[in-house]
Design a binder for this molecule. Sequence first.
Ligand code: NAP
Length: 385
Amino acid sequence: MAEKGKEKENGKPLEEVVKEKVKKEALSWGEWVRGWFYLAYEMLFQRIVACNLENPMPLPPINDLTYIVTGSTSGIGKEIARQLAEAGGHVVMAVRNTKAANDLITKWQEEWSGKGLPLNIEVMKLDLLSLDSVVRFADAWNARSGPLHALINNAGIFSIGEPQKISKDGYEEHLQVNHLAPALLSVLLLPSLIRGSPSRIVNVNSIMHYIGFVDPEDMNVTSGKRKYTSLVGYSSSKLAEVMFSSVLNKRLPAEAGINVVCVSPGIVQTNVARDLPKIVQAGYHLIPYFIFSPAEGSRSALFAATDPQLGELCEALKAEDWPVCAFISHDCRPANPSEEAHSVETAYKVWEKTLEMIGLPSDAVEKLIEGQEVECRYGGSSQSQ
Ligand SMILES: NC(=O)c1ccc[n+]([C@@H]2O[C@H](COP(=O)([O-])OP(=O)(O)OC[C@H]3O[C@@H](n4cnc5c(N)ncnc54)[C@H](OP(=O)(O)O)[C@@H]3O)[C@@H](O)[C@H]2O)c1
């Protein structure tokens, strides 16, 4: 008889085999309750927890460093772009509404005039609802052969109360805008990030990933196994982003000099609630004490993009083989992502499924780091260093 606890099936310990067979189909009650508790806690106490932070937050010298900020025509991204430019950075506003971005630049230049050199800020077209657009953006940027010091994946949607929508690429829209398109952009821009190293990928995530659950075999939530709501779409897309970021961070060798960080901006008064009925929006705007302004909400992303010491934390986590990437909370302190985000097995499945969905080969990261070409199913082009 086999010794107790040592039984094996196909060379694997039985415990592991059983775990694999009993596939998790949702968060446990405990995880779900804890997730909602963290959310309520952030909503009620974020201002007290972050009371030590200045607003706007002073930034370290960033002259001549280049930042790409997605979704910088509104809310948190608009603040991130303006503050980085005013601190001397070269900012690329990667947006779908280029007219709105150019109007903002004109306004910011006028307000800034007389305070220093004109702001070094430009606009490039990027629509995350089109993976072709992501590849075209990356091609255009990489063709400059210049360095990139931080990619700030800020753009996001939360279509509260809306029915499920599928993009023209065939993906649930929250998943595409909040996870798939930023993942594709991050991988395709690796050659430029290597040129800018030490450099960072900063993903503006959310405390709501705590109530998210990702089934790698049903990332679109269309199989009928789970009922789709906008809350499920949003929270799952944010959890998928943490999982993908954690695997990407691990796969980037120290020599590449690129760190991946996720941040929570807090609960912030922006256009994110644009889909709510007008009456609910009015209520949302009546509780400003609890809700951060966009400037307050931009601090964690600005910190993650510019703090000179943060790279050490990222390297230490990697050296300890910590299962998740660095996660910076709305108070600019390191925090622990959700328990589900720590599931290494699911994270690797999400990684593989994501690469498949965004049309990249499984060794895309390794090839790009070595300076080789990578074929992408979208955009009809190939990328190289
Ligand atoms: N506000 C909060 O309480 C909160 C909390 C946690 C996390 N976040 C995260 O913070 C990030 C910024 O959100 P926000 O609150 O600042 O919301 P926001 O005011 O609605 O800004 C979102 C930005 O994303 C852009 N965007 C949306 N869809 C896009 C697409 N298909 N292609 C390119 N850009 C697109 C928007 O562009 P248009 O103006 O053209 O639509 C806008 O510039 C998001 O990732 C969000 O999930 C927000």
